[in-house]
Design a protein around this ligand. Sequence first.
Ligand SMILES: [Zn+2]
Ligand SMILES: [Zn+2]
Length: 328
Amino acid sequence: MNKIEEIPCPCCSQKAYATCCQPLHQGKDAPDALALMRSRFSAYALGLADYIITTTHPASLLYQDDRAEWIESILKFSRESTFHNLEILEFTPRAPFSSVTFAAHLSKKRKNTSFTEKSYFELLNGRWFYRNGLIASGLDEQLTGPSPEKLLPMAYFGDAVLKQKAEPVGEITEEIRQLVGAMQETMDALDGLGIAAPQVKKSLRIFLIRQPIENFDETITLGDLKVFINPTLFNPGEDTWADTEGCLSIPGIEADVERPYEVSVRYTDLNGEQKEERASGWYAKALMHEMDHLDGILFTDRLPAPHQKKIEPLLQAMEARIRKGRAS
Ligand SMILES: [Zn+2]
Ligand SMILES: [Zn+2]
């Protein structure tokens, strides 16, 4: 039997493990997002749960689970899957975001569990991290997603820009149009329903929402993209309701926030036209959540004191991870 150093690397590079992914597994920084992606694939194949965790973006959604539970789910996936092949379909090396699209050929008890993923990586304090991915089952060569060069660096919990009151927009210039386009790509890549300019470190009174449509079975479909420039909210309804909110700047933390059921909004759209609308339900909730961002308020600030106290350790842990640029 071969020593582990001599085995072919599980990332299917046709190199020996010792000269391919092993140095990364032993602590060397990945030179680029593709090397990191390959090393994460081989870490899954070898059951190296700690490596998966330390190379996951510190603001990843995965941090909602506790660490022991997370390790167990990685090990279970490794144990139950057979790793047949890794096919790289696309690599766009840009900073601070890169993308790698790959097909992972896997099976589980003879059942084909292959999938294709367009994954996004972010360079944080000089190190690459896996941020998130858009996934399709099977081999899907058509899988596309926003291009990484269009994505904007995000402001995460603890960033001062999220606490500032944003400045009004003057004229709708080409620069503003480009910012709105990049905000849309960033929101879509991160699978968000709305995004406000301060979340991409621009302290301007702009936000975008994919208008939520409420279905009869209580699920939500994302509708048309709407751009709100210099918005104001008025006439909130007297009835309030509470439902779960999350935020791209506070990944992994969700809480019920109580807000008025209805509200009116007045705003300028991207063509410079003045608009006014009455919104209710999820749409009204999204408007109030994004409007808060323009005034330096986060949804966690809206929670009752006992609830705030409960999530405070989670927020502090996330802030510390992001500051260190390390996942653990
Ligand atoms: Zn390798
Ligand atoms: Zn938010």
